[in-house]
Design a protein around this ligand. Structure first.
Ligand SMILES: [Zn+2]
Length: 119
């Protein structure tokens, strides 16, 4: 969905770049921007209604999700240290109702990042 949107807006990108920490879903080199699209459950979206820890084996789930979150944090830090702008789009932000806002924000971010990248 995000890919289609970006493409329709004339953005060009690479996918799942293995050379970059955390293998970002979308890489927009020209904008020095990477995008991660995260599932609210697996990446533990705080305060999100799609992030509910199952009642059985809770500890196991929490552990697993925390591992994902710390991996995300490490990747985020390494990428920002290297000068990348890191955007995270959550699954819940791609629900029909939220989509317009999400894409609006994404466009604005990319425009801002392009200015920074070229200054
Ligand atoms: Zn969410």
């Amino acid at each position: 969905m995000v890919r289609r949107f970006l493409f329709s807006q004339g953005f060009r990108y690479r996918l799942h770049d293995k050379k970059l920490k955390g293998k970002p879903d979308i890489v927009l080199s020209k904008y020095k921007t990477v995008i991660f699209i995260h599932g609210c459950f697996w990446h533990g979206h705080e305060g999100c209604r799609y992030f509910v820890v199952p009642k059985t084996r809770s500890e196991w789930w929490v552990d697993k999700i925390n591992t994902n979150k710390s991996k995300d944090k490490v990747a985020f830090k390494e990428l920002t240290d290297k000068g990348w702008k890191v955007l995270t789009i959550w699954e819940c932000e791609l629900k029909q109702k939220a989509l317009k806002d999400t894409f609006g924000r994404l466009l604005q971010n990319l425009i801002d990042n392009e200015e920074i990248a070229n200054s």
